[in-house]
Design a protein around this ligand. Structure first.
Ligand code: SF4
Length: 379
C-alpha cells in the first residue's frame, strides 16, 4: 500500500472536533445520535468513549444502501455509551496474554494484537479498551512473539487482529511475516478485518497478492476473516476485491455480531449469509453481543437470539448455514444451541482451555431478559 493511500484512511484520525485533544478540561462539542453535547476530553476518557472515526467510503455506502437507519448505529456515537454497564475485558484477554501482544487461550491458536487502530470505529467494539487509543497491549515487536510460538508446537495457526491489521502498510505486514512464516508448525495465517467493509480499496493494493503468495509459498494457508454484520455493508468494491483475492488462493470466512437495532432480524441475517456464501465467504460465527461497558445496549436477549437463529436457519440451504451462534465467554467459546419447553437453554463448548471440556453439552435455566451465561441459573 502506498503512503498516499494509507493517508486516505488515516485522514479520519482527528475526527474529534478541532481542539478536542489539546487540553483535558477544554469543552468540545460532539455529535451523538441523541443530539450534540459539550464534553471535556477527561469526561470522554473516564467513560471510555471511543473516538469518532468513519471513512467517507463507509458513510457513502451505508447512506446509499437503503439501510441507513439500521447501519448508523454501528459507527455513530450514542449517549447510551455513558451508561451501559459491563466490563472492558469480558473474555479474559489480559489473563491469556503470554507475551505483550500475544494471547494463547486455546491450544492451537495464537491471537496477535497488531495495532490499536481501525479504519472506522464500531460503537459496539468489545476491544473498546484498546481501539483508537495508544494501547500498551499491542505487540511492540514480533521477535518475542515468534520465540514464544516456536516453543509451542501445539499452536498451528495465528490470528492477526487488533484493531485491524489492514490499516497497517503491506510492508509492515510483510515484516510480521518475516517472523511468522519460518515457524514450521504454523499451518495458517489468519487476518481479522472490517476494513473490507470500511475501506475496500485497501484490498486493491497491488502489493497484497505478493504478500498472500509469500504465505502460500511458505506452505501456509492465508485466511481473511471478514466482519460484515449486515447485507448493506457489502459494497460492490468489497465484492470485487474478495473475488480477486479468492482467485489467488486466499480463503474467506465471515464473523458477525448480533446487534440490537442493526441486524436482530432473521430475514436480514439470512440474506447477509446467503450473499456471503455467494461470494465464497463462509459464514463462520454469529457472536452474541458481549456485556462490554459502554456497548451492552447492543445486546439482544438470549431467547430472542435463539429464535432469530432458528429463523435464519429455516431460510437457508444446508450449505449456506455454516455459522455457529457463539458466546465468547471468559471460560471459552460456547455455542448457544437451543431453548426447550422447560426454559432450559442448551450450550456446547466449541473451544475451552481445558480440551476435555470441548464438545461438552450443558444447560442453564433461562431468566427473563438474560443476555449472558452469567445471568442464567444452574439447571
Ligand atoms: S473494526 Fe473490529 S476492532 Fe475495530 S472497532 Fe470495529 S469491532 Fe472493534
Amino acid at each position: 500500500m502506498t503512503d498516499a493511500r494509507l493517508q486516505t484512511v488515516s485522514n479520519f484520525e482527528n475526527s474529534f472536533p478541532p481542539g478536542a485533544m489539546r487540553k483535558d478540561f477544554q469543552k468540545i462539542r460532539m455529535k451523538f445520535l441523541e443530539g450534540e453535547r459539550e464534553l471535556s476530553k477527561s469526561e470522554l476518557a473516564d467513560n471510555e468513549i471511543t473516538r469518532y472515526q468513519v471513512t467517507q467510503f463507509y458513510q457513502n455506502q451505508i447512506r446509499n444502501s437503503g439501510y441507513y437507519e439500521q447501519l448508523k448505529y454501528i459507527v455513530e456515537p450514542s449517549l447510551k455509551e455513558f451508561y451501559s454497564p459491563g466490563e472492558l475485558d469480558t473474555s479474559g484477554e489480559g489473563d491469556n496474554t503470554v507475551v505483550t501482544g500475544l494471547q494463547h487461550k486455546y491450544a492451537q491458536t495464537g491471537l496477535l494484537l497488531t495495532t490499536d487502530r481501525c479504519a472506522s470505529y464500531c460503537r459496539y467494539c468489545f476491544r473498546k479498551r484498546i481501539v483508537g487509543k495508544d494501547s500498551e497491549e499491542v505487540a511492540p515487536n514480533f521477535y518475542n512473539i515468534a520465540e514464544y510460538i516456536k516453543q509451542h508446537p501445539e499452536m498451528n495457526n495465528v490470528l492477526l487482529s487488533g484493531g485491524d491489521p489492514f490499516v497497517l502498510r503491506t510492508e509492515q505486514l510483510n515484516r510480521m511475516m518475516d517472523h511468522l512464516l519460518p515457524i514450521p508448525h504454523l499451518t495458517s495465517i489468519r487476518f481479522g478485518t472490517k476494513t473490507i467493509a470500511f475501506y475496500p480499496p485497501r484490498f486493491a493494493d497491488p502489493e497484497l497478492p505478493a504478500l498472500f503468495q509469500r504465505i502460500i509459498n511458505a506452505g501456509k494457508t492465508p485466511v481473511i476473516v471478514t466482519h460484515f454484520d449486515h447485507l448493506g455493508e457489502i459494497s460492490a468494491e468489497s465484492e470485487r476485491n474478495i473475488r480477486k483475492l479468492r482467485a489467488i488462493g486466499v480463503q474467506f470466512l465471515n464473523q458477525s455480531v448480533l446487534l440490537g437495532k442493526v441486524n436482530d432480524n432473521a430475514e436480514i441475517l439470512a440474506k447477509t449469509f446467503a450473499k456471503l456464501h455467494e461470494l465464497g465467504v463462509r459464514p463462520y460465527y454469529l457472536f452474541q453481543g458481549r456485556p462490554v461497558k459502554g456497548a451492552s445496549h447492543f445486546q439482544v436477549p438470549l431467547h430472542r437470539g435463539i429464535k432469530i437463529v432458528r429463523d435464519i436457519n429455516a431460510r437457508l440451504s444446508g450449505i449456506q448455514k455454516t455459522f455457529k451462534f457463539i458466546m465468547s465467554h471468559y471460560t471459552g467459546k460456547i455455542e448457544i444451541l437451543d431453548i426447550d419447553d422447560n426454559n432450559s437453554i442448551y450450550f456446547r463448548y466449541h473451544q475451552n482451555k481445558d480440551a476435555e471440556k470441548i464438545g461438552k453439552i450443558f444447560s442453564r435455566q433461562y431468566v427473563a431478559d438474560s443476555y449472558w451465561l452469567d445471568d442464567l441459573l444452574e439447571d
